[in-house]
Design a protein around this ligand. Structure first.
Ligand code: ATP
Length: 748
């Protein structure tokens, strides 16, 4: 009876028996009343099983794993009310959930089966995780293709290190994923009632449109390897965290707008070609991982930095970690902070293009200030390549030069700073400042914010006064009425006001004063007041008045009571600006150094006598330098030979020694032009009025000749028009007491 026996054996092939089950169960646990112990897990992978009906008796199973078999019928599962996890992947199942739903079934893997259509899963309300990847009908595959695949899989083992490996890989990938293999899922349906479904994978099917997912609590969705051309139907998946749309034909990211919990998006091998598409996911603040490998967009110039710039929360882009350096470079490249622009400009003289005018009248304010305080200031005239407006004069409003001349000046290193504004170049030349300095005056310039940043990189340390409009309507009206600007220029100018306000807010101490300039006259009065306070002119005027009652007050040479410098008063007229001062400070920022120097003095009232004397000396010198009485400390650096500092003027012996040394090398001086300086110096040195003091010694002292940038000849500066010239009495012979008083007050 060999034939019958053979038949029996044949029948047994693929049939699961109780013996086999008993050898493959695991995870012993209590069951029923708790007195019985039973195995809860059964795992039978790759056993060539086609009949698993015996499992109907195993009602207690919680986890059933049957991958890589030949199972067509899973009706036995209907008898497993406690089943939680079912893995039936890589089988021959064609009926979608062909069993009664176990109440607690949460995870189901039907990937790589023969299911062609999804059906209603309303009864599976506990379902959390559903895997329907790669639903193919293998019998429809041409036998030649299967043979070839088999051959290639052998090659994978044999030639795993050569080129054939990659050919084999790509063939298999194509073979497994390509849509011409029929009978895969073409749409997602039947999940409407699966209110607990958080993970869904329908990779490598034929889905061309995302649908049927509305209001599911999905956190993970995989639609890899389908035929999607656009992202749609995801709007309501508010819980979505991980989305895999790789291997599709998607061209835009527009359907991802409101998915605020998304942390990872895989769009590998799609057809996204524009960097701008990233704007659609710009507001997804939790997005950390984006994969655009294999998209045409990768060929765009600066692709990686641009994406990193647009999506600043990313930590992984195209499977590579985003480095800190990349983040910084991207910001510096696409939205450089003004100080970076200024630094770059400063280093290379490549200028930053901005499109709008400021036009708040600061130029006129600067001119008027220089006119009124012409004893102290002169306007530093910038160069520009723009043409003059009606009424503007070359050399006064600007030095109007051609682009070529401007470039030549850049290359010759003539500029302290340059800037591109409204399509034109502007630059402040060293010569412009030195020309003013040679007159013994301080230079007053106006410029845009970027120019200020640039100037802060130079060795000049001017006082910065911000004039800022606070009433935008009025400001716009003013710009419009000038009839010089296009609407776009006006809009840009208005939008830039915020940049100034922010700079003031965030960089405390960056500006020494802030003056609202909604009303030109008021702005001028504030500006004038600020400058006068700084020059101590207000005090001087008051002092003059007081001194008329008590003339001995200052002429006795007593130092006024020590007063430590206080932070500059903020002239802010708006609440917004006023509140800026409450912003916390970053002490590491060098732009705050002025501010810190000032408040440091305030915060440490316990000064010892040495410190007090030092502070007094420094203040004294600085004030004198500013009011043009004697050159600043800085100018001493420019002396060609070692000479005494201004403070040495107090010491007649030193003066004598130094002046004697100088007398040999100095050309004879025209004493008639020295009046003011002589008087000033005399006032500083009580000894100078003593009989026998050699005036020439004082005059030729280092403090009165070369200023920064002047030529090397010790020619004394001419007295500017408007300065109080000592035409009258010679200071050496009969000092005017009133004048002495005045000068004495300024020295405070
Ligand atoms: N050297 C410079 N560096 C930076 N900015 C400068 C420089 N010289 C001028 N500017 C600024 O460039 C801007 C454009 O100057 P322009 O004279 O063309 O403008 P405007 O329309 O007359 O405005 P405004 O009345 O404010 O001067 C102004 O804000 C001006 O202060």
């Amino acid at each position: 009876m060999p034939g019958a026996r053979e038949n029996r054996d044949m029948e047994k092939v693929g049939v699961l028996t109780a013996e086999v089950v008993s050898s493959c169960v695991s995870n012993l646990g209590r069951f029923g009343s708790g007195l019985h112990h039973l195995y809860h897990h059964l795992s039978l992978p790759s056993q060539d099983l086609s009949d698993v009906s015996v499992l109907s008796k195993y009602v207690h199973l919680e986890m059933l794993e049957l991958p890589h078999n030949k199972i067509k019928d899973l009706s036995c599962v209907s008898h497993m009310p406690y089943l939680v996890t079912l893995d039936a992947s890589h089988n021959e199942i064609s009926s979608f959930f062909g069993f009664q739903p176990p109440m607690n079934l949460k995870e189901v893997n039907f990937s790589h089966n023969r299911i062609t259509k999804m059906e209603d899963l309303s009864a599976y309300s506990s379902l959390c995780n559903l895997d329907l990847d790669c639903i193919l009908i293998r019998t429809y595959i041409h036998p030649y293709a299967l043979e070839l695949a088999h051959f290639l899989s052998l090659c994978l083992c044999i030639f795993s290190t050569n080129a054939l490996y990659s050919t084999a890989c790509s063939f298999c990938d194509y073979f497994l994923t390509h849509p011409y293999l029929d009978n895969s899922l073409s749409e997602i349906t039947g999940l409407e009632q699966c209110f607990k479904l958080t993970h869904l994978s329908v990779a490598h099917n034929k889905i061309s449109r995302i649908s049927g997912l509305h209001s599911l609590p999905l956190t993970h969705l995989c639609l890899r390897g389908n035929q999607l051309e656009r992202i749609e139907g995801l709007e309501n998946l508010k819980c979505l965290q991980v989305l895999d749309l790789s291997l599709n034909r998607i061209t835009s990211l527009s359907g991802l707008l409101n998915l605020h919990l998304l942390g990872s998006i895989n769009l590998e091998k799609n057809m996204i070609s524009e960097i701008q598409e990233c704007k659609h996911i710009h507001d997804i603040f939790l997005l950390r991982d984006l994969n655009l490998v294999g998209n045409p967009v990768q060929a765009q110039p600066d692709y990686r930095l641009a994406v990193i710039f647009l999506l600043q929360h990313l930590t992984v882009l195209d499977q590579e970690k985003v480095t800190v350096e990349e983040k910084v470079s991207s910001v510096n490249q696409f939205d450089p902070p003004v100080d970076v622009v200024a630094a770059r400009d400063h280093m290379t003289h490549l200028v930053y293009q901005l499109m709008q005018p400021q036009g708040c009248g600061k130029r006129e304010l600067s001119h008027r200030l220089c006119q009124e305080l012409n004893e102290y200031f002169a306007h530093g005239t910038s160069h520009t390549t723009r043409g003059p407006y009606f009424g503007e004069e070359d050399g006064i409003d600007y030095h109007f030069v051609s682009e070529e001349d401007f470039q030549n000046m850049i290359h010759m290193g003539k500029f302290i700073q340059t800037m591109q504004y409204g399509g034109h170049s502007y630059g402040l030349s060293r010569e412009a400042i030195e020309e003013v300095a040679r007159e013994g005056l301080a230079c007053c310039v106006h410029m845009e914010l970027e120019g200020v940043f640039s100037l802060k990189n130079s060795y000049f340390e001017p006082r910065y006064i911000l004039l800022i409009p606070t009433q935008m309507d009025k400001y716009m009206g003013h710009l419009t009425s000038r009839d010089l600007y296009t609407q776009a220029q006006i809009d840009m100018a208005v939008s830039r006001v915020e940049l100034y306000a922010n700079t003031n807010r965030q960089r405390l101490g960056f500006f020494d004063n802030v003056i609202p300039c909604d009303d030109w006259e008021e702005a001028y009065q504030s500006l004038r007041q600020v400058v006068k306070e700084y020059l101590l002119l207000e005090e001087q005027e008051e002092g003059e008045n007081n001194n008329r009652g008590s003339p001995d007050n200052t002429s006795n040479g007593h130092e006024p009571e020590e007063k430590l410098p206080s932070p500059p008063p903020s002239r802010s007229g708006s609440g917004a600006l006023a509140s800026h001062s409450a912003t916390p400070i970053n002490p590491s920022d060098p732009s705050y150094r002025n501010y810190f120097t000032k408040i440091q003095a305030e915060l440490s009232p316990q000064k010892n006598p040495v410190e007090l004397a030092s502070i007094r000396r420094r203040e004294h010198l600085v004030r004198e330098a500013i009011v043009g009485k004697s050159p600043g400390v800085y100018s001493q650096l420019f002396k060609s030979s070692a000479q005494s500092a201004p403070s040495s003027l107090q010491n007649p012996h030193l003066n004598e020694a130094s002046s004697r040394g100088l007398n040999d090398s100095v050309e004879p001086l025209d004493i008639s032009v020295l009046g003011h300086n002589l008087e000033t110096l005399k006032d500083q040195t009580p000894e100078a009025t003593r009989p026998g003091t050699d005036l020439l010694d004082v005059v030729v002292s280092p403090s009165s000749d070369k200023r920064p940038g002047s030529n090397n000849k010790p020619i004394l500066p001419p007295i500017p028009a408007g300065r109080k010239t000592p035409a009258s009495p010679s200071p050496a012979t009969s000092p005017d007491p009133a004048h002495t008083q005045q000068e004495g007050r300024v020295e405070m």
